[in-house]
Design a binder for this molecule. Structure first.
Ligand code: ZN
Length: 493
């Protein structure tokens, strides 16, 4: 079912304006999303960007497009200050290995061998896919075909580096590493506004580093780092080592989507510089095209209760943290998508509560319409007022709050043709993905909490078991324990 000729406009970071959205080869849309790094659990700020990508895809599908979506998994170890574009600091995978070794010592082993980076990345990839399925991200069902892992594409990255060297866009420095020469690419800085003039003028303090002496320009960034001692390494013409972070997305986007120029590229606003700036320089440098992605779309930061999320402040949450607090998956999705992607979003527990009741209202409406409609088959009309209002709001740079506003004011109206209304609501839910609750098997946080009760009972720590059980009950669950162990389910209100 396609909505009739919506006039879709998206804000393009590259041109800093709203542009009509016209894919190069309609009805196909090629979209790439910078995906998760898998040396830790993704937090809700990361998931805001992923939920945005999913909403965008679902909306384009509602509008009649066929979306070819690819989201990468960064499973190559990279440096903690990769943002500085040249890989200084400690390797993130090494850091994860150290953390997991400590966890293993204290009896909380997450993987058998914390020295094996592939076990670490497999562990967090699995966790990511579980969280993504809880939030009903379609891409999670397309793993691994549409969710390429960087470690599986090193040869494509090397081929691209070879092309860049041949084209004069990259060079081997005296330290043996391969760098991209930003001066070889006059468009460098176009996306972020960090042009070379500005970087020279001091705005690029963040690109200064210990490789200063060997690089031709301070903003030159790493493509290949020979390092025979690295935790993950591959043979290459430039010595055994590992690829720079930025090259992975250029290589995987063009390889997996199968075209040099794609329609949409998304990421968080912190990806704009240097990551996406470097992706453009690499891809255009290697392909010779003037564009890599035709539309660049970026989500703003997520705050929690008005503050920047940080582990130190104790306001740092993963999806499983929220599930463990009893949050409903659809409500988390709703909360993460409800504000406009180009404004900061403030995640609050009050908001999550409101989201929970909004989701319940929608589900109730669907049940009511089903009952009144009975066996009547709804004839779905693209001109249905709900579809029109919902689609038009989203066509305006994915204005989700406007679309939700239209939905809830429509919900309050009289439903004279309940069958048609139900059909329209189901179409709208193609984007929202909220009417059907995911199976309880996905409720990972809950399973973990039940297991914690059983573990406590096993070690005869009944006080701890009672405490854990009480917490679950306080969070609104019915808890029962029998010979098979403990189960919990949300109390029906
Ligand atoms: Zn990326």
């Amino acid at each position: 079912m396609a909505l009739p000729s919506l006039n879709i406009r998206f804000h393009n970071t590259l041109t800093r304006q709203l542009e009509p959205f016209v894919p190069e080869q309609a009805p196909k849309v090629l979209m790439y999303n910078c995906g998760p790094t898998v040396y830790d659990f993704a937090h809700i700020g990361n998931f805001r960007a992923f939920v945005f990508a999913d909403t965008l895809r679902r909306f384009l599908e509602l509008a009649g497009y066929e979306v070819d979506q690819v989201m990468n998994i960064t499973d190559v170890g990279h440096m903690t200050d990769d943002q500085a574009a040249d890989g200084g600091g400690e390797d993130k995978m090494q850091l994860a290995a150290r953390r997991m070794k400590e966890a293993k010592k204290s009896g909380k082993a997450e993987v058998d061998n914390p020295d094996d980076p592939y076990q670490i990345s497999a562990y967090f990839t699995k966790a990511f896919l579980e969280d993504a399925k809880v939030l009903r991200l379609k891409i999670a069902d397309e793993y691994p075909q549409h969710m390429p892992r960087a470690t599986q594409h090193v040869s494509q990255m090397q081929a691209m580096i070879r092309k860049l060297i041949d084209a004069g866009h990259a060079y081997v420095a005296s330290d043996g590493a391969v760098y991209y020469s930003v001066e070889s690419f006059p468009e460098y800085g176009k996306l972020s506004g960090n042009t070379l003039d500005k970087i020279r003028g001091g705005a690029g303090g963040r690109v200064l580093d210990e490789h200063q002496q060997v690089k031709r320009h301070p903003a030159d960034f790493l493509l290949w780092k020979p390092d025979a001692t690295h935790i993950m390494k591959w043979d290459s013409p430039w010595g055994a080592g590992y690829p720079g972070w930025h090259i992975e997305c250029s290589a995987m986007a063009t390889t997996v989507l199968g075209r040099d120029v794609i329609d949409i590229h998304t990421g968080g606003e912190d990806n704009i510089f240097p990551h996406h700036e470097c992706e453009i320089a690499q891809t255009c440098g290697a392909t010779g095209h003037t564009h890599f992605a035709r539309y660049w779309m970026h989500t703003r930061f997520l705050l929690v209760e008005g503050q920047k999320m940080s582990k130190r402040l104790g306001n740092f949450f993963t999806i499983r943290d929220l599930l463990a607090k009893g949050a409903e998956p659809a409500a988390i999705r709703y909360e993460l998508m409800r504000s406009h992607y180009r404004s900061n979003m403030d995640f609050t527990f009050k908001g999550l509560e409101d989201a929970t009741s909004a989701v319940r209202r929608l589900r109730q409406l669907a049940v009511d319409l089903e009952q009144i409609a009975g066996d009547a088959k709804g004839k779905l009309d693209a001109g249905h007022p709900l579809l029109m209002a919902f689609g038009e709001a989203l066509a305006d740079d994915l204005n989700v709050s406007g679309a939700l506003g239209a939905l809830f004011s429509w919900a309050k109206e009289d439903h004279k043709d309940p069958a048609a209304d139900l059909a329209a609501l189901r179409q709208v839910d193609h984007v929202l993905a909220m009417l059907d609750a995911p199976k309880p098997a996905n409720d990972d946080g809950l399973a973990t909490r039940c297991k914690a009760i059983d573990d406590a009972r096993k070690r005869k720590d009944f006080a701890a078991a009672d405490q854990l059980r009480k917490q679950l009950i306080d969070d609104g669950y019915e808890v029962s324990t029998n010979k098979d162990g403990t189960t919990a389910r949300r109390k029906l209100t």
